[in-house]
Design a protein around this ligand. Structure first.
Ligand code: ASP
Length: 324
């Protein structure tokens, strides 16, 4: 009797769980973007969620929760309800570099989230204000060194992609510029266009259009090959700083304990979005690198986050980055 009652109970719980996952989502999903609107994380999030919303049958609403290099929004998601209705677009900073720079970080990128899937690889570009009188990387570096006490570098807060990749660049050319933090590289780019800041190192998807239009100057892309989105932009190897090799990425995460069924549904929607011609075209035009089938699974992303956290800690230490 007790046994059959228990079996019945287990069956009920399982079927409630299953039917919940089957019907998910029944209301809009909030996706936290931990940076200001208009920047690379926001742009990648808006492009992929447009298609994901359609295939899930519910709107994914973007909420920009900026601050502390993306760690404020990430903390919000790490502690949110794991019912599938709060997810985030994280990146190499929030889920790779941040632990090395925040000793009291309130989340562990590899323990406090369920990885959903990689959305885009985003090579790093060294980009300067068009006002700087240097048309290539060598003369730009010479200009920075000659004006070392005056130049300033924009970034999206300690631990962000632009911050950590900027630290790496500065250490390679032995420069300590004034750092100007923003809530994202969207607003930072506006100030780069107007010439209020001198340079930054940022994810390609943020800067392709402004480089093409001449609003800012692209100096080099930090990948072994040129990008099809900016075929005239030399690589750092071609431009004379071959050791500066760095690519970032954006990926979707849910709070720890979000059910596998929900994670799988979100991952399928992301995969469908990345296979959609129009979505693909928009991302590729911005220079994003799309994940391969192998790189598209939650398990791959989980392993990748661990690798990234382990990779960034010694790199940032060697570059002289100090924890705040
Ligand atoms: N790409 C930026 C960074 O981490 C953040 C943003 O998306 O605005 O530097």
């Amino acid at each position: 009797m007790f046994k059959s009652l228990l079996t019945g109970l287990v069956a009920t719980v399982l079927s409630v769980g299953c039917s919940f996952a089957q019907s998910y989502p029944t209301k809009p999903i909030v996706m936290i973007v931990p940076f200001a609107a208009g920047g690379p994380t926001d742009v990648v999030a808006r492009i992929v969620t447009e298609h994901m919303s359609r295939s899930l049958g519910q709107q994914i609403v973007i909420e920009n929760v900026a601050g502390a290099g993306g760690t404020t929004g990430s903390t919000r998601v790490a502690t949110a309800s794991n019912d599938g209705y709060t997810i985030m677009m994280g990146h190499m900073g929030t889920h790779g570099a941040a632990p090395a720079l925040y000793p009291n970080l309130k989340y562990d990128p590899s323990k406090d989230f369920e990885p959903v899937g990689l959305a885009a690889g985003t090579p790093i570009i060294i980009v300067s204000s068009a006002k700087i009188p240097a048309s290539d990387l060598k003369s730009f570096i010479a200009y920075l060194k000659a004006n070392a006490t005056k130049v300033n570098q924009a970034h999206a807060g300690v631990g962000s992609v632009s911050h950590s990749t900027g630290i790496l660049f500065n250490s390679m050319i032995d420069l300590k510029p004034t750092q100007v933090p923003y809530k994202g590289t969207g607003p930072a780019l506006n100030d780069l266009v107007s010439g209020q800041v001198d340079y930054m190192t940022d994810q390609i998807v943020n800067v392709v259009e402004q480089i093409k239009g001449g609003a800012v100057r692209g100096l080099a892309i930090a990948t072994p090959e040129r990008s099809p989105a900016l075929p005239d932009l030399p690589t750092t190897k071609e431009a004379g700083l071959p050791d500066y090799q760095v690519s970032a990425w954006n990926a979707i995460f849910a709070p720890k304990g979000t059910s596998k069924d929900i994670v799988d549904k979100l991952n399928s929607a992301l995969t469908a979005a990345l296979a959609d011609d129009n979505t693909k075209k928009r991302l590729l035009e911005l220079g994003a690198v799309l994940p391969s089938a192998k790189e598209g699974t939650p398990a791959w992303l989980g392993d990748f986050v661990k690798i990234e956290v382990a990779r960034w800690s010694p790199v940032l230490k060697a570059a002289g980055a100090t924890a705040n």
